[in-house]
Write a protein that binds this ligand. Structure first.
Ligand code: GLN
Length: 194
């Protein structure tokens, strides 16, 4: 089934860029800010931004439990950058009160590729797609993955290859920002998997 209506979690972060890419793929896009809106989408993108801020707004919007239940029920969810952090089982260098959904059995280190000033762009080879421009902005580094996690792309920033695009069942995560590369193929791969 190709998703007909795709939500973009619109609490904070680079929402507009995801909306543009998804609209170019001919799906209906809905900005999700409430549990009612979440209930009406076939898939959800969780954008990059600031994971602690998005986590806080998930609580205040009443979406925290609803999104957790939707993930458990099999809603396809794709988290990029801060979105990846929110979906990870273990967050290293997180705030002491930082929570996450543990939907991806992996450990991720916040700002693992360096601070804002160390942001960079580099080609990334994605299985099933080919080479894409990887835009890394205060990107989280995936330091450990359990067996159940399918690694679709790795990148070596000089310290060995680390996963940068992963999938575990209905949940996808990327360290980089495919929405900033003017290239819809990674989003297309996610939607095709549904
Ligand atoms: N480092 C940010 C965080 O912890 C994520 C950066 C991003 O999404 N570009 O939320």
């Amino acid at each position: 089934m190709v998703a007909r209506r795709v939500g973009v979690l619109s609490l904070q972060g680079d929402v507009g860029e995801h909306v543009s890419v998804l609209e170019s793929l001919d799906v209906e896009v809905l900005k999700v800010r409430t549990p009612q809106q979440l209930a009406s989408v076939d898939a959800l993108v969780v954008p990059g931004g600031e994971s602690t801020t998005i986590a806080h707004l998930l609580v205040t919007s009443g979406l925290q439990d609803e999104l957790g239940a939707s993930i458990n029920d099999g809603l396809p969810v794709f988290g990029t950058c801060a979105g990846l952090i929110l979906l990870s089982a273990e967050v290293l260098d997180g705030r002491s009160d930082q929570w996450s959904y543990a939907a991806l059995a992996l450990s991720v280190r916040r700002n693992g590729y360096g601070r804002q000033i160390a942001s960079f762009e580099s080609p990334v080879e994605v299985r099933g797609v080919g080479e894409v421009a990887g835009v890394f902005i205060r990107a989280p580094k995936i330091e450990r993955c359990d067996d159940g996690v399918d690694v679709l792309a790795t990148y070596d920033h000089g310290d060995g290859a680390h996963p940068v695009l992963v999938r575990q069942g209905n949940v996808w995560g990327a360290s980089f920002h495919p929405e900033l590369a003017h290239d819809a193929r990674v989003h297309g791969l996610f939607l095709d998997s549904i």
